[in-house]
Design a protein around this ligand. Structure first.
Ligand code: SF4
Length: 412
């Protein structure tokens, strides 16, 4: 009688499943006990209107209102978008009479620098800015070989209430204006031009890539974010950047993703998914209670179809929460079910935080997650988490008590 082969060891333990929870703060809930979502910006005093909030035609009108010929608006555009200055004293091509008024009327100060943190090598800088009403926002500037990326904020705070995210804890303070978004870039460019971001590769360096992964959910501030994107890409009246270098990300506001697909601006679109199953994602990303994983993926696929631009899926790898092999397989299945070649997955290792449920997956687990996706034909690369050492990685941007004190001591 032939020997029977030894049977496979029977697995008796089920994989550990850590559930999302807030640590050190209480998540605001709605009347039904679900995490509160804030889509509308609370009413606060509006920031002063700035050249970058206006269309080119409105800028001309504004100059005329100030009693000056319309072409002065074009000169101001050049100073702001090309020379990165809002200082009337530097604008010697403008007649001295009326210059101050023109600059005050079209280039009012928007961001006051409160604090700047820099890595040892000097190639990553986090800025803390105070807005006109005291609201605090941050941006992170990163030099890479051949490109300079700025991570910008689009809202002060955020209303999406994700339990892992420092920014979401305080809720939404307000939407930022288009000009407040643009001014983060102009200020960064000014610093780069002054040699403030490590060794320059060439003299005309400036920010080449924008990621909307600072504070806020960009698609919840849709109109202002789109105006800012148009100003970034405007070759004649704006910053003249390439749309391909701009990444607009969202946690999955499906109607706004559809609107973005129809804009005909070929920005890179990133969906912060973080879980392929609704059961976990409902807890991890509260907006999933409105638009489920499949709806968000359908909208992402539509973005690819309309624009031809490959979509990025962001996936923070969190130990024993969303990093299981079966989740990698489920994600691959869901993406493959919507076709091939339309998507790229970026798993992002979280910071190791001992004792927290929000901690990094083990290296071997990360690698296996990536391997499974790649093996299923989904291009997947672990993302660089530059900025972690100064708390500038996504989901870590938040004004601390210390920041608030520094802001109070900073004159506007
Ligand atoms: S992760 Fe993004 S969407 Fe969620 S609360 Fe934080 S900033 Fe908002």
């Amino acid at each position: 009688m032939a020997d029977t082969p030894p049977s496979r060891p029977v697995r008796t333990t089920t994989p550990r499943q850590v559930r999302p929870q807030t640590e050190g703060w209480t998540q605001a809930k709605d009347a039904e006990g679900r995490p509160l979502l804030q889509f509308a910006s609370p009413k606060r005093g509006k920031p002063p209107v700035h050249l970058a909030d206006l269309t080119p035609a409105q800028r001309v009108e504004k100059a005329t209102e100030l009693g000056l010929p319309g072409f002065r608006a074009k000169q101001l555009e050049k100073h702001y978008f090309t020379h990165y200055t809002s200082d009337a004293a530097e604008m010697t091509d403008l007649p001295a009479s009326g210059r101050e008024e023109l600059v005050a009327g079209l280039l009012p100060p928007l961001l006051t620098e409160v604090r700047r943190l820099q890595t040892d090598k000097g190639d990553t800088i986090k800025f803390l800015w105070k807005l006109h009403d005291g609201a605090l926002v941050e941006s992170v500037l990163m030099r890479y070989p051949g490109r300079i990326t700025l991570c910008v904020s689009s809202q002060a705070g955020c209303g999406m209430n994700c339990p892992f995210c420092a920014t979401g804890q305080a809720g939404l303070t307000r939407n930022m204006s288009a000009a407040e978004i643009i001014d983060q870039i102009v200020r960064a460019n000014r610093l780069i031009r002054a040699g403030g971001l490590g060794a320059a590769e060439h003299p005309d360096e400036r920010v080449t890539n924008i990621v909307f992964m600072g504070m806020g959910e960009p698609l919840a501030n849709y109109a202002r974010v789109m105006h800012a994107v148009r100003t970034m890409t405007d070759q004649k009246h704006g910053l003249g950047m390439s749309a391909r270098g701009i990444t607009v990300s969202t946690v999955g506001l499906v109607p706004a993703i559809r609107k973005l697909s129809a804009e005909e601006i070929p920005v890179t679109f990133a969906l912060s998914l973080h879980a392929p199953d609704d059961e976990l994602r409902d807890e991890l990303i509260p907006v999933n209670s409105r638009w489920k994983v499949d709806e968000a993926l359908d909208a992402a696929r539509e973005y690819f179809e309309k624009t031809g631009r490959r979509v990025s899926i962001e996936y923070a790898l969190i130990k024993d929460m969303n990093d299981h092999p079966w989740r990698a397989d489920l994600l691959a299945d869901k993406l493959n079910a919507r076709g091939r070649g339309w998507v790229h997955v970026n798993p992002i290792p979280l910071n190791p935080t001992p004792g927290s449920v929000w901690t990094a997956s083990e290296r071997g687990v990360q690698n296996e997650f990536v391997r499974r996706l790649n093996a299923a034909g989904i291009p997947t690369t672990l993302r660089d988490t530059r900025g972690k050492e100064i708390d500038g990685a996504c989901g870590q941007l938040v004004a601390t008590e210390e920041d608030e004190k520094a802001a109070e001591a900073t004159p506007a």
